[in-house]
Write a protein that binds this ligand. Sequence first.
Ligand code: SF4
Length: 378
Amino acid sequence: MAAPGRSLHGMRGMAAVPSYVVMQPTTLCNLDCAYCYLPFRAADRRMSVAVAEAVAASVNPWAASARFSVVWHGGEPLAAGREQLAELMAPFGPEVEHHVQTNATLIDDAWCEFFVAHRMRVSVSVDGPRERNGDRVTRSGRPAYDRIVRGVAALRRHDLPFSALAVVNDPAPGRAAELYDYCLDLGCEVLGVNIEETEGVNTRTNAHDPAVVTGFWAELVAAWRRQPRIHLREVEWSLRYAAAVLDGTADDLLPRRLDPIPTIAYDGSVVVLSPELAGFTDPRYGDFSSGNVLATPLHAILADAAERTAWVGEFLTGVEACRSSCPYFGFCGGGHAANRYFELGRFDGTETEHCRNSKIRLLEGVLEHARNHQSPGA
Ligand code: SF4
């Protein structure tokens, strides 16, 4: 299959209206995972209701005309407590879909009732069986695995569907099948897989042998094809892309403009494109924010964020460099801002270890699986 990146015309610039926003109800996390990127996870800085009201004033009209989600992220969003989370959710209209990304350790029956009452969709972070969760520890350094599993058990007791998000720091042979089989038992409906990234305060290397990473993705596809009971986020996107290339519609696959994905930090500051940049400062780029919802409506911030935020302009230059140089552009769309910044120190570079691990070798792995399983003579 020819990768048609260079001939792609679509997707230029950044859209003014997102499809979802990420909200940080608190900077605090009750865990202290070794690979975490968050700089202030030991501090409990809380979002005020005024911030949520300001965000909702822009979000509610968007949600009235198209599907729209608010993703409560952290820190650990459940560490804010039910009462505060309910107060922050109250300004959002009934059309808004609420999602929460949680480490699951605080989930109990009361939280499950909260999820039901607020029609909240849950995604839990779990990295596979116990021995793969060694990086996930409490603030006192104890393994968090049993608490994660207890939280998931509560979700299952309440028949709540949930997604899982797994970080893989060693994509060695056997790990992909192990992870997939584990998730079949866990009972999640959707699985997202992240090869560990070097970003934020996590400076561990994410460089791996290319063949090993390609083999990891190929093995994951094979495991999924044996029992395709879970939506496998990365693999399904790869297959959609491969099908679009084959029928000549790949140019229509990426959105016309990049989704700005604004992250609203606890204090109302808005960082577009990469939640991982929130809370960081740089002599060249300042605090990466494009404004604050307590001073300017979110829709007004997003209307000209690309022009007014120096690093965003630099990132869009990098996306254009990807378009003209990378055969995977049509699949990837130019990667993530935070990975460029934390790996390359700037935004207008192109390839990163992250895009090699999670874009290039993902697609190669899917193709490797297809090659290994094509019928003789095909
Ligand atoms: S981020 Fe990486 S994989 Fe994506 S288009 Fe750019 S160079 Fe290619």
